[in-house]
Each structure stands twice: as C-alpha cells, then as structure tokens.
Ligand binder design. Structure first.
Ligand code: PLP
Length: 235
C-alpha cells in the first residue's frame, strides 16, 4: 500500500507543478483553481490515499460505482459527478454528489431537483456544453447541451429549489486543438454570468490539456490518468 501512496504522491506533485507553471505563464493565482482528481475505475482505497495526500475534490462518472465509493470513504471530500447521467439515476446521485458537471437537459434538472429536495441536500450544477459540432465533430446527444440551450437551462436550474447554478463545463473533442474550444467556453461563461453572476465555475481541462484550460480561465480541472495511471479499456 505504501508503494501506491508514493506513486500517487509523485504523480500528484507532478500535476500540481504543471498547474503552477501554467498559472505562472497565464499570470494567475493557483488558489483560483480547484483540482478535481478523477478516480473512476480506481478503488476506494486510492480515494482515501488521495485524501491523506491533501486532495479535497474527487470526480466519478458512473452510478452506482460513485455512490459505493462515496459511502466507503470516510474522509471529508467534495464528490463531483461527471459524464452521462440517466434521469432515473439522478435521484440516487443527488444523495451523495456535491457537484454535478454533466447537466445538459431540462428533464435532468427536474430530476436532480427532486432528488436533492428528497435528500434535503444542496447540489451545485454545472451545465455541460457540447462544442464538438462547432469544431467539426458530429454532435453526440449525450455529451452536452447545444450552446443555444444554455440560457434556458440556466434559468431552469436557478428556479429549482436546492439546485445552485455553478457554471459551465466542457470536454474538448479528441484530436482537436483545445485552445479555441476552451476560449469558446470562456465566452459562453461570460455571457451566462451577465444573467447569473454567481455562475463563475468553468470546468475544463483534463490530463492532456490542462495547460490550455488554465490559460483561458478555467476554475476547475478534472484530472484522472495523469495522477491515477492509465485506466484499463472499458469492457
Ligand atoms: C475521465 C474523465 C476525465 C479525466 O480524464 P483524464 O484524461 O483521465 O484526465 C475528465 N472529465 C470527464 C468528464 C471524464 O469522464
């Protein structure tokens, strides 16, 4: 176990050094950034080790795996849910998630609201935007809302008890320069904040493109492989 701890410590230090260098280059304060360590497919024991190493925020993308880990890990952590979420699982996710990064349709807003109310919990919601079609990729209905849907989705979240609009999130399409994608997200974020001044979160940047995200103003980075190691291919 101590071998794994040292491995995680070394990779976490390396990622933090990358973030510090990117902040330096962009003239930003690293304090403005939250590192969400994406622990999907890795065991709860890794999450506990990360918490001992000072990690405060972890990310998962599948229910029930996420809920099982949240129940097993005693350390106080903020749990971020990202990735496709079926409406009929939203109530369960609202019981343990603190932030949901993947809200992309009105039905999901309603389901999360009901789940959060039933659990008597507050939930931060980020609107996931699918920028693929603007950058030459086919649109994938499950990977985010169209930019034109953001304003109405934001209003729906703002009008739902127990939900708090945190901001926006995107995943840069594979094999595309991430910089213009993240710049577009930053512009959408700015437009959203005109109507919802509290929606300051911009979740962008993963293991391969975190520097590009820091450069354009991301507030939350979602880093998995660079810290945990390569995941086995999905079965
Ligand atoms: C898995 C995942 C990440 C982390 O990606 P890495 O390439 O492992 O850093 C970030 N965001 C989402 C939505 C993910 O599903």
């Amino acid at each position: 176990m101590s071998g794994r701890r040292e491995e995680l410590r070394g990779r976490l230090d390396a990622v933090q050094a990358r973030i510090a260098a990117a902040c330096d280059a962009a003239d930003r304060d690293p304090q403005e950034l939250t590192l969400v360590v994406v622990t999907k497919t890795y065991p709860a024991s890794d999450v506990t080790l990360l918490a001992e190493l000072g990690v405060t925020d972890v990310g998962e993308n599948r229910h029930p795996e996420a809920g099982e880990k949240a129940a097993e890990v005693a350390a106080p952590l903020r749990w971020h849910f990202m990735g496709g979420l079926q409406t009929n699982k939203a109530g369960a996710v609202a019981r343990y998630a603190d932030v949901v990064h993947s809200v992309d349709r009105a039905k999901l807003v309603a389901s999360l609201g009901r789940g959060a109310a039933a659990a008597e919990r507050d939930l931060e919601v980020l609107l996931q935007v699918d920028l693929g079609p603007e950058f030459g990729r086919p649109s994938d209905v499950r990977s985010g809302a169209a930019p034109t849907d953001l304003a109405s989705l934001a209003d729906a979240v703002a009008q739902t008890d127990r939900l708090h609009l945190g901001g926006v999130m995107t995943v840069a399409p594979l094999d595309v320069d991430p910089t213009p994608v993240f710049e577009r997200l930053a512009a959408l974020s700015q437009r959203l904040r005109a109507d919802h001044p509290g929606a300051v979160t911009m979740s962008a940047g993963m293991s391969n493109d975190l520097e590009a995200a820091v450069a354009v103003g991301a507030t939350h980075l979602r880093v998995g492989r660079a810290i945990l190691g390569e995941r086995p291919p999905l079965g």
